[in-house]
Design a protein around this ligand. Structure first.
Ligand SMILES: Nc1ncnc2c1ncn2[C@@H]1O[C@H](COP(=O)(O)OP(=O)(O)O)[C@@H](O)[C@H]1O
Ligand SMILES: [Mg+2]
Length: 315
């Protein structure tokens, strides 16, 4: 298996503050790798170090088989970077800006077989904007333009920093479809950061959850969710006014019981779904309580995220 990226015990300090506290992970060539974390987790700092923009404090990063600290000039022509904060030359037209970036890239090395500007803009829903000044574009259009810039020279690794944050639903779907097309190419690796669960679940083959400068979980979306199967929630709906919490308070496997006597709903968290289910149904039957409905909640990636990033309230 070929890895496009290998990050080994990387740290970043700004003065006394450690933004990245020793992270290690690998990214498979051809995969879409998602770095998921709340604001301030260190996602942009981490990407900056991988892209060779932010100097690392310690550790090592190997990108496309080369050491980022010493070989960044050889790496740069093969990567495409979409910046989160883009301060483009607002007075240029879209066409001029793209040409400017294309020439800038080519000044750094021999030209690569790039996608045509027309093709990129069409795919990103910007083909009628070539003559527009950058500051005449909407936020979503600017964000998609920054993706087009990242892709100009047909890079092997594409970095997208929160590619759909602040986009309206239509623009977000357009961007997702575009990223899904990029993923079709088995040689291209896409590394993106996001704080949207839905985005990570939809686009990524592998997800790393980070918080507070550390890796807290990694796996494919299904694996991350199945790691949670140990605790699942079951909801029961009983007939009005029949059930009492005392009937089940001694259940061995239940870790959490929530009873709402207004709606006659019971929510139980358990490590033994089948066992807990059986116990509650048996007790309901012996007390002659009608169970109207029950449901087992499959944990979403959001639950995984929350369970890993929740701050200890005592801190
Ligand atoms: N240049 C910098 N100088 C000092 N602190 C910084 C700098 N860049 C980022 N930080 C701090 O590092 C932490 C991680 O920031 P960042 O990487 O932007 O997180 P994210 O992208 O996940 O929101 C934050 O607490 C931020 O304030
Ligand atoms: Mg960021």
């Amino acid at each position: 298996m070929i890895h496009s990226l290998e990050v080994h015990d990387v740290r970043k300090s700004y003065g006394d503050f450690q933004a990245v506290k020793g992270m290690s992970f690998k990214v498979r060539q051809g995969s879409c790798f998602g770095i998921l974390g709340p604001n301030g987790a260190g996602k942009t700092t981490l990407l900056g170090m991988i892209e060779g923009i932010v100097p690392i404090s310690s550790g090592s990063i190997n990108l496309l088989g080369m050491d980022v600290a010493t070989q960044i000039r050889k790496i740069q022509p093969r990567i495409g970077v979409q910046l989160q904060q883009n301060n483009y030359f607002q007075f240029l037209s879209v066409a001029q800006l793209l040409k400017f970036y294309q020439q800038l890239r080519r000044a750094g090395g021999p030209p690569r077989k790039g996608q045509s500007i027309e093709w990129l803009l069409q795919r990103l829903g910007l083909s009628d904007k070539l003559k527009f000044k950058v500051d005449e574009l909407s936020g979503g259009q600017k964000q998609r333009l920054s993706i087009a810039i990242a892709l100009l020279e047909d890079p092997d690794v594409i970095f997208l920093d929160e590619p759909t944050s602040a986009l309206d639903p239509h623009s977000r779907h357009l961007t997702w479809e575009f990223i899904e097309q990029l993923k079709q190419d088995p040689n291209k690796t896409v590394i993106l950061t996001t704080h949207y669960m839905e985005e990570a679940e939809r686009l990524c083959d592998e997800i790393m959850i980070m918080n507070d400068g550390r890796v807290i979980a990694q796996g494919n979306p299904a694996e991350l969710v199945s790691g949670m199967q140990a605790r699942q929630a079951i909801q029961f709906q009983f007939a009005k006014g029949q059930f009492k919490l005392e009937y089940v308070q001694d259940l061995a496997d239940a870790t959490d019981l929530h009873w709402d006597d207004q709606t006659d709903r019971l929510r139980v968290t358990t490590r033994e779904v089948a066992q807990t289910m059986r116990s509650i149904l048996e007790r309901s039957q012996s007390q002659r309580i009608d169970v109207i409905n029950f449901d087992i909640d499959r944990p979403s990636l959001e639950d995984v995220f929350l369970s890993h990033t929740a701050k200890d309230p005592r801190e």
